[in-house]
Design a protein around this ligand. Structure first.
Ligand code: MN
Length: 196
């Protein structure tokens, strides 16, 4: 099986001024593409050659195959949740909102907790929102290529805090990137993920 770079659900300059087309050009065009290429090169002649991406993430031991497979999934999941500021659904509603309120009290407290998790993650990694066993939601931190699928968790939302995600636009100011991130996050995508 050859893994492919999936198309973006937005034009490269649609996320401005939150994320520039320059960042998208490197992050999607170079980094995400490189994870796809590396994965295809690494799995040839291994038991993972014909496996779906999710199976590779759940079965591969720590190492290059896991890292590249997880990074392919993580980046696809990250880019899928964005749209231009004018097009996004700005707030969750209905069951997802109720799940957030059950776990965090209010939407604003949830935003605060997730932003803190993303800001305080040491080094490179990902902040995640996952659906927990009881139908509620929880926030997790994963370093490097860490991926909820590897723990059989159901991911709902993610923020990439590798420096390549924000350095061209925000330099060292990771908290500014995380604050702006909410303006391009399309809650209709997160609601769809929650319903599945
Ligand atoms: Mn990245």
């Amino acid at each position: 099986m050859t893994h492919q770079l999936p198309p973006l659900p937005f034009a490269p300059d649609d996320l401005k001024p939150i994320i520039s087309d320059l960042t998208i050009g490197f992050h999607y065009g170079k980094h995400h593409q490189a994870y796809v290429n590396n994965l295809n090169n690494l799995i040839g002649g291994t038991p993972y050659e014909d496996a779906p991406l999710q199976t590779i993430i759940q079965k591969a031991p720590a190492g290059p195959i896991f890292n590249n497979a997880a990074q392919v999934f993580n980046h696809t999941f990250y880019f899928e949740q964005f749209k231009s500021m004018n097009e996004v659904k700005k707030r969750p509603e209905n069951e997802l909102l109720r799940a957030i309120e059950k776990s965090f009290g209010t939407y604003d407290k949830f935003v605060e907790a997730f932003s803190k998790a993303a800001a305080t993650l040491f080094g490179s990694g990902w902040a995640w929102v996952i659906r927990d066993q009881d139908g509620g939601v929880a926030i997790t931190q994963e370093t490097n290529a860490g991926c909820p699928l590897a723990k059989k968790q159901i991911p709902l939302l993610t923020c990439d805090v590798w420096e390549h995600a924000y350095y061209l636009d925000y330099q060292n100011k990771r908290p500014d990137y995380i604050k702006a991130f909410w303006d391009i996050l399309d809650w209709s995508v997160i609601e769809r993920r929650f319903r599945i």
